[in-house]
Ligand binder design. Structure first.
Ligand SMILES: NC(=O)c1ccc[n+]([C@@H]2O[C@H](COP(=O)([O-])OP(=O)(O)OC[C@H]3O[C@@H](n4cnc5c(N)ncnc54)[C@H](OP(=O)(O)O)[C@@H]3O)[C@@H](O)[C@H]2O)c1
Length: 270
């Protein structure tokens, strides 16, 4: 019962870190970069190789190469009936099955990078024929990286990408904006970094502890005629919230577009 990773990059390392914290030892990474492979072996004590050994139905194969590398990486690959978990954006179960010679035991996972520190949020989609045991195995793997949500439809993957996959970048954008604001008020760069991080951490902890919606929490700290109200009035006037909603919609639209391109390319190749 080995968990194999095809591709040993950032996302593979994040998931492997979680699996190791969970106590899983039977992990094998197949990659093409000897230096990175040695690093993974040293960091996580995993087995590494440049080719995939024969798989059996008890094994799990995690596809963790970039979507554009998937066709080449899976060419001629025999899954041996193993459960296939793909973290690749833009590649549908149908496209992956075509790459894998008709394999049917495929679950899609859309993780995000906070999984590296055990604070990820992953969306999972399994076609209806996938067994409860296979679903449980995928869920357990991703719980080692943080939270999971099952998506009823494969198209929901675009929505989770728009919110959670790309979301950490939105938060870094806001952190950077608050850091810029702090520097504009005269704090040096290091202080500004510390102040913005602490403010985000504190506000998120408060929101997580409160059984109150976010808009109410915001009203709770906004006195009429006070300082916060002045700032929020500027955000409202400049449409900051609308811009974030529109940005996430643009990410989802781009995800749909990329999926179509890969599906067309896979169809043309087969
Ligand atoms: N990063 C994210 O935030 C995120 C979020 C959700 C999903 N994902 C998905 O995760 C997947 C991996 O992304 P990543 O950020 O981890 O990319 P990455 O760091 O570039 O890792 C991909 C790895 O695959 C290796 N590779 C490429 N072709 C191969 C082949 N034929 N055989 C074996 N290994 C091969 C690459 O080797 P080289 O080092 O030689 O290039 C690289 O180490 C993507 O499909 C992406 O859509 C990523």
């Amino acid at each position: 019962m080995t968990t194999y990773f095809l591709g040993g990059g950032n996302m593979a390392a994040a998931i492997i870190g979680g699996l190791r914290r969970q106590g899983e030892t039977d992990i094998h990474v197949v990659g093409r970069n000897a230096h990175k492979q040695q690093q993974l072996a040293a960091d996580y004590g995993v087995a590494v190789s440049s080719t995939l050994p024969p798989l059996s139905a008890e094994d799990v194969l995690v596809l963790a190469v970039k979507p554009q590398d998937m066709a080449a990486a899976t060419a001629g690959l025999d899954t041996g009936g193993a459960l296939v978990l793909s973290v690749a954006a833009g590649l549908t179960v149908a496209t992956l099955s075509r790459y894998l010679g008709g394999a049917e035991r495929i679950i899609r996972i859309m993780p995000n990078t906070p999984g590296q520190v055990g604070k990820g949020m992953a969306g999972l989609y399994a076609p209806p024929h996938i067994s409860a045991a296979d679903r449980a195995r995928a869920e357990s793997m991703m719980q080692s990286n943080g939270g999971v949500i099952w998506l009823p439809e494969e198209a929901d993957i675009h929505d989770i990408i728009a919110v959670c996959g790309s979301g950490p970048a939105y938060v870094f954008y806001l952190l950077d904006a608050l850091q810029q604001a702090a520097q504009a008020q005269g704090f040096d760069a290091a202080e500004a970094r510390r102040l913005s991080l602490a403010t985000f951490e504190g506000a998120v902890a408060l929101a997580a502890a409160a059984d109150t919606d976010f808009a109410q929490l915001q009203r709770n700290v906004t006195s009429k005629g006070g300082t916060t109200q002045q700032a929020l009035a500027v955000f409202e006037e400049r449409g900051v919230a609308e811009a974030i909603v529109a940005g996430a919609a643009a990410a989802a639209a781009r995800s749909r577009e990329m999926e179509q391109q890969f599906a067309q390319a896979a169809g043309a190749a087969s």
